[in-house]
Design a protein around this ligand. Structure first.
Ligand code: ACM
Ligand code: ZN
Length: 763
C-alpha cells in the first residue's frame, strides 16, 4: 500500500514535469524557472495602463473565478513595478515589439505581464491560462484545485499579424453559443481573426433589415442531400433546414470576439454562391428565376447579374448594414467559383461587357469586384477575397486569400497585394484526417495533423520583399458534411492548434514531435472545455505505398499521430513496442511486407501499416521519338466523372510543351487527354508523380500506371517503373469536376532528382 502510493507519486511527478509548459502555440522564447506562483484569495490582480489594460486584468480575474471560487480583486497598481503576491498587467508604450508581443515573468513571489499594447497583455493572460491546471477551464467550482502557475520567463511575439480560422455557416447552421465557444478557442490559441462565411447557395444566414426575404426565404432550404455529392444517385432527407443570425445576435458575437481581441470578418459572397439570395430576390439573377435555395453541394450557375444596376443597389444596401454590424476593416466579398454561363447569354451582362470594354467574362467579374471594392473603400473598408479575384485583373486595394494552393497568393504578392495563405493542400479542415472507412463522411482528401503543421508560408517562390505581403494564415472549415457542431470540433481540433502555431512561430522554431508532446497535455484542457477533438492514434505515413526496387529499396515513415514512437518489422510479424524502433529510412533488398505501427505516450497503438516491397523487372519502350517536341492535347468542355469518359469524348486538339492545364480550358468542367512519347536515355528506376483535383490517370505502353480517378480534392499518387533506355508512349487523362482544379505531373530519376519533362516529350 505504502509502496503503491510512493510509486503513484513518482509517476505523477514525471508527468507533471514533462507537462509543465504545454503551451500552444509555443512562445518564441521560454526559459523555465524553478518554483511556482500560487494563487490564493488575497492575490491581487493589478493593472498599470488604460481602460483596456484594466479590462484584461478583469478578464483574467473573471476567468479564475468559476473553477477556483476565488474572487480576486482587480485594482490600479500604485506604479508599474512588481508587487509581491500580485499579478501585474503593465501597458508600456516604450516596450519594443509587434502588436501582440508580450513579456511574462512568473516567479514564486509574483507575476508581471508587460506589453506595449493590451493585445499583448491579453496574450500574456492566455499564456497564464494555459500554464494553470486544465481544470481551471471548468465553469463550475472544482474542489482540490491546484492553483499554481510554474515559474517561467517568456518573451513572446506572433510571427504573422493575421492568424485566422473560418467557419461556413451557410451549408450548416450553428447556434450562437457554439459560435462563442469557437471564438473562445481561437482566443485560447492566440488567433485573432474569425472569418464568418455567412452566405451560400444553401442558405443566407444574416438578417438584413432592408431585405426581409433574406431571413424569411433565403435562410431555409426545402431539404438536404443525404450522403456524398460525388457518390451514387442523389437522395434527399425531406426536411426543411435553416436558420439565421439576427443583427442583435451578430453584434453580440462581434462584441464577444472583440473582448478577446478577435476581429470578425464577415463574408458576403458575390457574384457567385448566391442562389439562396436569388431565391428571395429572383430579379437579381440573369434569367429572373424562379430559383430554389440549393439543397445539395457544389457550384451553381445562378449568380448575380453583372449587368443589372439593381444588383449593385442590393449589394450596397446589404453591405451598409453589414458594415454597421461589423467594425472589421476587412469585408470578405467571396469571389470564388463563379460560373460565367449566364453572363455569356444575358443581354444585360453582354451590354455591360460592351460598355465597360470587357474582353471576356473574367473581366466582367473583375468589373464587379472593382465596383464593390470602390464602394467599400469609400466607406473606409478594404476587401479581401478568394484567389479567383485575380482573374480578369485584381482590384487595386484587394487582399487575396490563396486557397487553390499557393499560386494565387504568390501571384498577388508579386503584384504588391497582401495575402492570407489558406491553401487547400494544408489548411482545409474539411478534409479527412483519418482513414475514411473509420470516420464520419467528409468531403474527401487526406490532411493529417502532421501535414498541417509542416506548412511553411514562406517556402514559395517569392523574393524577400514580395514575401512581406504574406500577412498570415487561416484554416478553413467548410461544413457541407458537418451537420453537428460537435463534428465541426472533431474536424477542427487539434488541426487548428497546428495552424495557430504555424501562424505564431517561424518555421525554424517549429518541431512537430515537441508540438505533439505538448498536445498530449493540452488535450486535458480541451477535455475540460468539452471540445470534441480528434484523438485517434494514426498509422505512420509511408513515403511510398509500395517499395519498388531493382537492387535495394527504401521506406521512410512519418509520425502522423500525436507523440507516438514508431516500430516496424520486415519478417511479416505484427509490430509491437518490442519490435525495431524506427530510426530513419528502412532499407530492403528482399521482397516481402514491411509492417509498422505508431504507439503513443498512453501506450495506445495505431492500426498496422503494411507496405509491400517488390522487385521490379525492366520494361522496354515500344515507340519511336516523335517528329516534334511536346505533347498533343485533347481539350473537351463539359462535365465528367471518370477519365475514361474524357478519353472517349471528342474535343479540340492542341499542342503543348508539357503536361499542365492550358489556359483555354477555363475554370470548371472540362477534360484533358495528353498523348506523346517519353524518351528515357538511361536504364534505371523512375518515379512518376501525378497530382490532381479532380480525377487523373497516367498510362505508359498502353497500361494504367497511376490511377487517381474520381471526384476528389488535390491528391497525389506515385508509381515507380524500371525503364530501359528507350521511347515510351504515354498518356495522361484528367478532368475538372467543379471546385478547385489542378493537375501536376512530374518524373524523378534514380537519384530522386526532378527531370525536365519538356525536354523528354515528343509527339
Ligand atoms: C473555396 O474553397 N471555394 C474558397
Ligand atoms: Zn446578367
Amino acid at each position: 500500500m505504502f509502496l503503491m502510493a510512493g510509486l503513484m507519486l513518482l509517476a505523477l511527478g514525471c508527468t507533471e514535469k514533462s507537462n509543465t509548459y504545454n503551451l500552444v502555440p509555443y512562445p518564441q522564447e521560454l526559459s523555465p524557472q524553478s518554483g511556482a506562483f500560487k494563487l490564493h484569495e488575497d492575490t491581487k490582480v493589478l493593472y498599470a495602463g488604460g481602460e483596456n489594460t484594466r479590462f484584461v486584468a478583469q478578464s483574467f480575474a473573471d476567468f479564475i473565478a468559476p473553477a477556483s471560487g476565488l474572487q480576486l480583486s482587480v485594482e490600479a497598481a500604485p506604479n508599474a513595478k512588481a508587487v509581491i503576491g500580485a499579478i501585474l498587467f503593465v501597458e508600456d508604450k516604450a516596450i519594443d515589439g509587434v502588436e501582440g508581443s508580450y513579456k511574462l515573468q512568473v516567479s514564486p513571489r509574483g507575476i508581471v505581464v508587460k506589453a506595449n499594447n493590451p493585445v499583448g497583455l491579453f496574450y500574456g493572460f492566455q499564456t497564464l491560462r494555459q500554464l494553470l491546471p486544465a481544470e481551471m477551464e471548468s465553469k463550475t467550482q472544482v474542489s482540490d484545485l491546484d492553483f499554481s502557475i510554474p515559474a517561467v520567463s517568456i518573451n513572446d511575439a506572433p510571427n504573422f499579424s493575421y492568424r485566422g480560422l473560418h467557419l461556413d455557416v451557410g451549408r450548416h447552421f450553428y447556434p450562437v453559443d457554439f459560435i462563442k465557444k469557437y471564438i473562445d478557442l481561437l482566443a485560447l490559441h492566440k488567433m485573432n481573426v474569425f472569418h464568418w462565411h455567412l452566405t451560400e447557395d444553401q442558405g443566407w444566414r444574416l438578417e438584413i433589415k432592408k431585405y426581409p426575404r433574406l431571413a424569411e426565404v433565403a435562410a431555409y432550404r426545402d431539404e438536404t442531400l443525404v450522403g456524398h455529392l460525388g457518390v451514387g444517385e442523389h437522395k434527399y432527407d425531406g426536411k426543411r433546414y435553416g436558420g439565421y443570425y439576427t443583427q442583435e445576435q451578430a453584434r453580440e458575437i462581434v462584441k464577444y470576439a472583440a473582448d478577446r481581441f478577435i476581429t470578425v470578418i464577415p463574408e458576403i459572397e458575390l457574384p457567385g454562391h448566391a442562389q439562396a439570395a436569388l431565391t428571395a430576390y429572383p430579379e437579381l439573377g440573369c434569367t429572373g428565376g424562379p430559383y430554389k435555395v440549393a439543397k445539395k453541394w457544389g457550384i451553381f450557375k445562378e449568380v448575380y447579374c453583372a449587368g443589372n444596376e439593381e444588383v449593385f443597389t442590393f449589394l450596397e444596401d446589404v453591405l451598409l448594414e453589414v458594415m454597421d454590424i461589423f467594425p472589421s476593416k476587412y469585408i470578405h466579398i467571396g469571389g470564388d467559383e463563379c460560373p460565367k454561363d449566364r453572363w455569356k447569354t444575358c443581354p444585360k451582362c453582354k451590354k455591360r461587357m460592351k460598355v465597360e470594354g470587357c474582353k471576356d467574362a473574367h473581366e466582367l467579374q473583375s468589373y464587379f469586384i472593382h465596383r464593390i471594392e470602390k464602394f467599400l473603400n469609400e466607406h473606409d473598408r478594404d476587401i479581401i477575397g478568394w484567389d479567383e479575384i485575380l482573374e480578369g485583373g485584381l482590384a487595386p486595394n484587394a487582399t487575396v486569400m490563396s486557397w487553390r494552393g499557393i499560386k494565387g497568393g504568390e501571384a498577388a504578392a508579386k503584384q504588391g497585394h497582401n495575402v492570407v495563405m489558406t491553401p487547400n493542400t494544408h489548411f482545409y479542415l474539411d478534409y479527412y484526417q483519418n482513414d475514411p472507412k473509420e470516420d464520419p463522411l467528409a468531403i474527401g482528401g487526406y490532411l493529417p495533423l502532421s501535414k498541417v503543421y509542416s506548412y511553411n508560408p514562406m517556402a514559395g517562390e517569392l523574393s524577400e520583399e514580395e514575401a512581406k505581403h504574406i500577412i498570415g494564415v487561416q484554416g478553413n472549415v467548410w461544413t457541407e458534411y458537418m451537420p453537428e457542431s460537435s463534428y465541426v470540433e472533431y474536424m477542427t481540433y487539434p488541426r487548428a492548434c497546428a495552424i495557430a502555431e504555424v501562424g505564431w512561430l517561424p518555421f525554424e522554431k517549429r518541431d512537430y514531435s515537441a508540438f505533439a508532446k505538448r498536445l498530449q497535455g493540452h488535450f486535458k484542457r480541451l477535455d475540460v472545455m468539452n471540445v470534441n477533438y480528434f484523438d485517434k492514434v494514426l498509422m505512420p505515413a509511408p513515403s511510398v505505398e509500395i517499395v519498388e526496387f531493382i537492387d535495394e529499396g527504401v521506406l521512410e515513415l512519418t509520425d502522423n499521430a500525436v507523440a507516438a514512437a514508431l516500430y516496424y518489422t520486415t519478417d511479416g510479424t505484427t509490430p509491437t513496442a518490442a519490435s525495431s524502433p524506427y530510426q530513419g529510412a528502412i532499407k530492403v533488398s528482399e521482397e516481402g511486407t514491411i509492417k509498422a505501427v505508431a504507439i503513443d505516450a498512453r501506450g495506445r497503438s495505431s492500426k498496422v501499416l503494411e507496405v509491400p516491397a517488390k522487385r521490379l523487372s525492366f520494361i522496354e519502350g515500344t515507340a519511336s521519338v516523335g517528329a516534334s517536341k511536346g505533347v498533343e492535347v485533347k481539350l473537351v468542355k463539359g462535365e465528367f466523372a471518370t477519365c475514361k469518359a474524357v478519353d472517349e469524348a471528342d474535343g479540340e486538339m492542341l499542342v503543348m510543351k508539357g503536361i499542365t492545364v492550358p489556359e483555354s480550358a477555363g475554370n470548371v468542367h472540362f477534360g484533358l487527354a495528353f498523348e506523346g512519347v517519353l524518351s528515357i536515355d538511361q536504364d534505371g528506376l523512375y518515379q512518376f508523380i501525378l497530382g490532381s483535383d479532380d480525377g487523373s490517370q497516367f498510362l505508359l505502353n498502353g497500361e494504367v500506371v497511376i490511377d487517381n480517378d474520381g471526384y476528389h480534392g488535390m491528391r497525389y499518387k506515385k508509381a515507380s517503373l524500371a525503364l530501359k533506355k528507350g521511347n515510351y508512349p504515354i498518356k495522361v487523362l484528367y478532368f475538372e469536376g467543379g471546385g478547385g482544379g489542378d493537375l501536376r505531373f512530374a518524373l524523378k530519376d534514380d537519384q530522386g532528382t526532378d527531370m525536365n519533362l519538356n525536354s523528354c516529350l515528343s509527339h
